[in-house]
Design a binder for this molecule. Structure first.
Ligand SMILES: Cc1cc2nc3c(=O)[nH]c(=O)nc-3n(C[C@H](O)[C@H](O)[C@H](O)COP(=O)(O)OP(=O)(O)OC[C@H]3O[C@@H](n4cnc5c(N)ncnc54)[C@H](O)[C@@H]3O)c2cc1C
Length: 646
């Protein structure tokens, strides 16, 4: 560091580093004649894209967002973000431009198409370089370190940024945007047992999914093998497509449906399984101009319930119980949207009128224990009077939360083949509904309008210790999974491929619900208690994204910061309940460790303050991801002004 120079260290070179450089360069005239150095650290050297969106990842991994809904810069919708740059391409614009200049048809996208993650990575890298170039043009020194930061050591009011190679740089301000990491689960039930079994017997277990090309080579798992995939989320989809299409298999268009043509290099069978036994629902095509505004599930309603029914925790924020206080509002909002979509706005008005008294009572009187569907009788009363024969046949006629959560009824038992056929029917129907979109299809409209559009209201209920300790634990362990299942799925073009693989048979989903791993002498065995499946596996893949957990993180940075009391773990403390310590960091309202205003932490490590901040930037949406960067930037300039450097 040069004398008199102010130094910013950015740890993590993912998308947030691009957004941070964008804001910094847009406001760099504030620097005046002062000198600034920006040091960016990324252990993979993927500056601007990071590991998740790396440009070098396989072509088979999709971005879970329509191309026109991905931005790179602050826009006028973002609170307090002035000045805004005029040139703000979306990922769609960037892909069109790339197609025009290269003729490469993989960039020939429509606005609503799901781009590939490597394409997003290329665009991010280009934007990052452009913003870094702008900063350099204004005399700022931008230095990139392809290194892992392992510690921050206090040094005379500044920080020594220590990296794995042992290098040290002094920083005045540190922005920690390290994103998702991987954990060492060797001491945990499940993964720990699998690792121990694999070590003992030579059975093959792959505990980490990413980077895909490192975890799964083209020969391993070997062609013709039987692979178990523990998970049915987006990570499993990445793995499944990489092991099939990534090994030369092709999807051919046959009568409007995709058909999979194997290459012979893929596994003979990929048995994918999870506790629910089903993939997340297909994400509907977005046909809305603007997000749904809550009619019942609103911040005002949450505030009223907090006052009337919250548990006093000795501060000004009585705690809510998500099941008792929030779920009934969620289901009411979903049912309202569902039937308004099916029967039109007049039916919606009738429902509002019919539930009015129950709803007001729910908000203002102490809430007794009850079913999550407790606010639905007023809805059902209206629906009973409506002409259901007018509803087009492929629509889901009745709103039923329990069926949504468990779409395949296995209560009477099912053979493997029955489950497979029923599930294939379900996948086909769900895909059709997703193509109908989030406005015309009643089921998709209700799920998308509530679990996606009203995430801000859910944050208002949950974040910063909004729930009791017990309820917060259940929210993270159960409700977030339900949310991912119903609204966090992949785009129709991706699920069309999954359907084609399942129809072909290389993807086998017949394990059914509650499938478990058992052990034979030398291999893992997948057991499906409902369908009776028992299959020996050559390889078991773990297909989950690891939650932020400094105690288990394979990188030592946060463990070291906790060890030297720079930051501590956040606790949810509720009288009469055991404290809940989910592993997130304890940060102030500006996302800084208490007592250390020169460090800002954003992303998964800061999830106690923000449940839904882990996605690519969405333009024209006052996106919280950019609002946080803007808030950090204001603090950054204030700190620099305060230093009064020459
Ligand atoms: C597998 C996966 C798929 C996803 N897909 C999507 C999607 O399709 N759409 C979407 O909107 N969101 C997706 N997300 C969410 C994702 O969190 C955000 O899109 C985005 O990547 C967040 O950006 P970030 O910069 O905060 O973190 P990241 O993208 O995680 O980047 C952080 C970077 O910091 C590096 N790093 C970490 N620790 C250190 C250290 N100590 N020293 C140096 N470098 C370090 C990491 O290697 C990484 O390159 C996905 C997440 C995962 C895990």
């Amino acid at each position: 560091m040069t004398a008199g120079e102010f130094c910013l260290a950015i740890v993590g070179g993912g998308p947030r580093s691009t957004y941070a450089l964008e804001r910094l360069s847009a406001t760099i005239d504030r620097l005046g004649g002062r000198r600034l150095a920006v040091h960016v650290y990324d252990d993979g050297g993927d500056f601007g894209a990071g590991q998740v969106h790396s440009a070098s990842q396989p072509f088979t991994s999709y971005l879970n967002r329509a191309a026109h809904q991905v931005g790179f810069a602050a826009d006028p919708s973002v609170t307090d973000a002035e000045p805004i740059r005029d040139d703000r391409p979306t990922l769609y614009d960037w892909c069109r431009e790339r197609f025009a200049t290269t003729g490469d048809t993989t960039f020939d996208l429509e606005p609503a198409d799901a781009p590939k993650r490597h394409q997003h990575g290329q665009a991010l890298r280009e934007m990052f370089d452009a913003y870094a170039g702008e900063l350099r043009g204004k005399g700022v020194s931008v230095v990139l370190h392809a290194e892992e930061v392992t510690d921050l050591v206090p040094a005379d009011g500044r920080w020594e940024v220590v990296s794995a190679s042992g290098s040290h740089h002094t920083a005045d301000q540190v922005l920690l945007i390290t994103g998702h990491s991987s954990n060492d689960y060797s001491d945990e039930d499940g993964p720990g047992e699998y690792l121990a079994f694999a070590r003992r017997t030579g059975a093959v277990y792959m505990p980490s999914a990413y980077p895909l090309q490192e975890a799964l080579s083209l020969e391993d798992p070997r062609p013709g093998s039987t692979v178990g995939c523990a998970g049915l989320g987006l990570t499993a989809i990445d793995q499944i497509l990489y092991l099939t299409e990534g090994r030369g298999g092709q999807f051919l268009l046959d009568d409007d449906r995709l058909r999979y043509q194997a290459s012979g290099s893929e596994p003979a069978m990929i048995l994918a399984f999870s506790p629910s036994g089903v993939f997340p629902y297909t994400r509907p095509i977005n046909r809305k101009d603007r997000p749904h505004q809550g009619r019942f599930l609103t911040k005002t309603a949450i505030d009223k319930i907090r006052k009337s029914s919250g548990t006093d925790a000795g501060d000004d924020r009585p705690r809510l119980d998500f099941d008792a206080h929030v779920m009934p509002l969620i289901l009411l909002e979903m049912a309202y949207l569902h039937y308004r979509t099916l029967f039109g706005p007049v039916a919606g008005d009738l429902i509002v009128e019919s539930v009015h008294e129950d709803y007001e009572r729910f908000l203002t009187l102490p809430i007794e224990p009850g079913e999550v569907e407790r606010l639905l009788p007023g809805v059902e009363a209206v629906v009973a009077t409506l002409p259901k024969q007018l509803v087009p046949e492929p629509m889901l006629k009745r709103f039923d939360w329990r069926t949504i959560l468990a779409p395949i009824d296995t209560s009477a038992g099912m053979t493997r083949s029955e489950f497979r056929l029923t599930y294939l029917d379900f996948l086909r129907r769900d895909l059709d509904w997703a193509v109908q979109g989030n406005v015309a299809n009643s089921f998709k409209a209700s799920v998308d309008g509530v679990w996606r559009d009203l995430r801000g209201v859910l944050s208002h209920a949950v974040d910063g210790g909004g729930l009791t300790a017990d309820s917060h634990r259940r929210f993270l362990e159960y409700h977030r999974r339900c949310q991912n299942k119903v609204s966090g799925g992949a785009a129709p073009e991706v699920m069309a491929k999954i359907l084609a693989l399942a129809e072909h048979g290389v993807l086998d989903l017949s394990a059914g619900p509650r499938a478990k791993i058992a052990f034979s002498d030398r291999s893992f065995v997948l057991h499906g208690p409902v369908t009776g499946l028992n299959a020996e596996l050559d390889v078991l893949l773990d297909a989950r994204v690891h939650a932020f957990d400094p105690a288990r993180d394979i990188r030592p940075l946060y463990r070291n910061l906790i060890g030297r009391d720079v930051v501590r773990l956040w606790r949810n403390t509720t009288p009469g309940q055991a404290d809940f310590v989910p592993g997130f960091l304890d940060l102030d309202e500006r996302s800084r460790p208490v007592g250390h205003g020169s460090i800002t932490v954003l992303g998964p490590a800061a999830a106690a303050r923000g449940t839904y901040q882990f996605s690519a930037l969405r333009p024209d949406n006052n996106d919280v991801v950019m609002r946080e960067i803007v808030a950090w930037l204001h603090g950054f300039w204030a700190a620099l002004d305060h230093r009064r450097l020459p």
